[in-house]
Write a protein that binds this ligand. Structure first.
Ligand code: IMP
Ligand code: MG
Length: 197
């Protein structure tokens, strides 16, 4: 795996620091809204919805920095088929969770690229009459935006480079890299590495 890495774009320590910051800001924002509602049981109404599979590592770290009562419901969205790096549009691969009406929904994704995934999910969630919807992404590739959507909370703005690691994959692999990295041209082209792999 290491031989496929051209460079590390964001290292694990930098990620950890930033994830903690985002969690604190998000938690404070949710608390402010709940206090304004004056409902002492309101924490029961926070529902985090990570978009699988890319957000799996991010959400695991994020929720452990949020000392409040919240529920977690996963959804799966397909955004680019097979090996290609171009988003061909998004479609939902799972049912939306039940019970979103009246809840404070937080959509969590690994990266905002064309924006189609988050826009699709957000619009479907809004149809279920939630109390509020927030969007959180670890990475933001502004240059690639194809639809008008901005995240409420974002970790890092990154250039238009395809990245892997910390949950992000290329063709299903590299999600387990602890850092966010750019692949070598050979690995990104899907060529088998030299030698005995
Ligand atoms: P969007 O619908 O184009 O915004 O794409 C969002 C999804 O595409 C993300 O949830 C990722 O799964 C995937 N994606 C976009 N850019 C990258 C990348 O640089 N590396 C890995 N996955 C990516
Ligand atoms: Mg994804």
């Amino acid at each position: 795996m290491q031989r496929d890495i051209e460079k590390i774009l964001i290292g694990r320590d930098e990620i950890a620091t930033r994830v903690r910051e985002i969690a604190e800001r998000l938690a404070a924002d949710l608390r402010r809204e709940l206090e304004a509602e004056g409902d002492p049981e309101a924490e029961h109404r926070i529902m985090l919805i990570p978009i699988m599979t890319g957000s799996i590592v991010f959400v695991a770290d994020l929720i452990r920095c949020m000392p409040m009562k919240l529920s977690l419901e996963l959804i799966a969205v397909s955004s680019y088929p097979g090996q290609t790096m171009e988003s061909k549009g998004a479609h939902l691969k799972s049912e939306l969770p039940e019970g979103m009406a009246g809840k404070h929904i937080v959509l969590v994704d690994d990266i905002l690229d064309s924006g189609r995934t988050l826009q699709l999910v957000r619009s479907m969630v809004l149809e279920r009459a939630p109390a509020s919807v927030r969007t959180v992404v670890l990475l933001n590739k502004r240059a690639r935006r194809a639809v008008p959507i901005e995240p409420d909370f974002a970790g890092f703005d990154i250039p238009d480079e395809f990245v892997v690691g910390y949950g992000l994959d290329f063709d299903g692999y590299y999600r387990n890299l602890p850092d966010i990295a750019v692949l070598t041209p050979e690995a990104a082209a899907g060529d088998p590495p030299e030698g005995d792999g």
